[in-house]
Design a protein around this ligand. Structure first.
Ligand code: NAG
Length: 268
């Protein structure tokens, strides 16, 4: 997969060239109130499903880039989780600092875009960007694997480049479509066969909304299933996916001036 390799090289070169000085990094003030996490979930969102819900446009909404809007799974977050199905949140007293990841911004815009106009809750009573939300709520709990914001975002990107679920699904014959339905078991098996670990799938009605890939702390793939998940026909899903699911194509979001700044949905 030369393309994938190329991207990894690009990101690694970026990393080497641009590692910022370790300043007052977000994760360094880990407050130790919550116990150390057990594993990571890389949550990926399907824009075709998310963007149907996004009714307004604004500069930060990745759904509104016309032909440049994402047509592949994009990153939602890299989440430290516990084996019992719960997860730690907001593990640090300090706030997200966009300057720490300024060298990654272009890559993040492309692969980790917000898919709505709403601002997200941060950990200290405020509102912030999608990245601020993910970094404060989840990223801070990835200590001691990551000790700063930059390493956290870079690791998420590297996992995303290495484990390309969009290409796995395409190779198995699953393409975006507003008419086709695909067996959810087929989608899961395709990913299991490619990465040797079972993902978790999340649906909104019959549309795939998210796929989650899980990793040990050393980034080796592991199964996502934990105690509280429902396992039906070998398929692990949160909530309910029907047996046949769709992978909707990206529709267009209205550009309607004034209205566009109104929050229209909620970020997890
Ligand atoms: C993942 O695969 C898709 C489909 O082959 C491709 O368009 C996309 O560029 C790949 N993403 C990355 C980050 O390599």
């Amino acid at each position: 997969m030369p393309r994938l390799t190329l991207w990894l090289v690009v990101v690694l070169v970026l990393a080497a060239a641009a590692t910022p000085p370790a300043t007052a990094a977000l994760l360094e003030s880990f407050d130790g109130q919550q116990r150390e996490f057990d594993y990571f979930a890389l949550a990926l969102q399907w824009p075709g499903t998310y963007c149907r819900r996004s009714r307004h446009c604004c500069p930060s909404n990745g759904c509104c880039r016309g032909s440049n809007s994402p047509t592949v799974f994009t990153i939602h977050g890299l989440w430290p989780d516990y084996n019992d199905g719960t997860w730690p949140g907001c593990c640090s007293r300090s706030s997200f600092d966009p300057k720490e990841i300024s060298t990654l911004t272009n890559v993040l815009e492309q692969y980790w875009p917000s898919l709505s106009c709403s601002s997200s809750s941060t950990c200290h009573g405020g509102k912030g960007s999608f990245w601020a939300h993910e970094a404060e709520k989840h990223g801070t709990c990835s200590y001691p694997v990551f000790r700063n914001e930059y390493d956290y975002f870079l690791a998420a990107l590297n996992l995303y480049f290495k484990y390309n679920v969009t290409s796995v699904l395409n190779e198995a014959g699953y393409f975006p479509s507003n008419t086709e339905k695909y067996p959810v078991g087929g989608i899961i098996s395709a990913i299991e066969n490619a990465f040797h670990a079972s993902p978790l799938i999340v649906c909104s009605k019959d549309a795939v909304e998210e796929l989650r890939l899980c990793f040990y702390k050393d980034f080796k793939p592991r199964d996502c299933a934990v105690g509280s998940d429902i396992k039906i026909d070998m398929v692990t899903s949160k909530g309910s996916c029907p047996r046949y699911v769709s992978l909707p194509e990206l529709g267009s979001v209205r550009h309607d001036g004034l209205q566009s700044w109104i929050s229209d949905d909620v970020t997890l």
